[in-house]
Design a protein around this ligand. Structure first.
Ligand code: SF4
Length: 61
């Protein structure tokens, strides 16, 4: 599973970092994904973060 964040959509709310700090972090008021390929143990948390993002900026493939 791959993850990335659409920086044009992200409003910097920080929710994804709270939900899954292993994968997401804040940088210059936007969230970034620290990895492209999600480790198996973090997949559920990444899916949760995707569902929670208020602007659907988290793209999972
Ligand atoms: S939850 Fe969405 S809008 Fe909020 S920081 Fe993460 S990617 Fe950006």
């Amino acid at each position: 599973m791959k993850v990335r964040i659409d920086e044009d959509l992200c409003v910097g709310c920080g929710l994804c970092v709270n939900t899954c700090a292993d994968i997401f972090e804040m940088k210059d008021d936007k969230a970034i994904a620290k990895v492209k390929v999600v480790p198996a143990g973090s997949e559920d948390a990444v899916k949760q973060a995707k569902d929670e993002c208020p602007v659907e900026a988290i793209i999972v493939e």
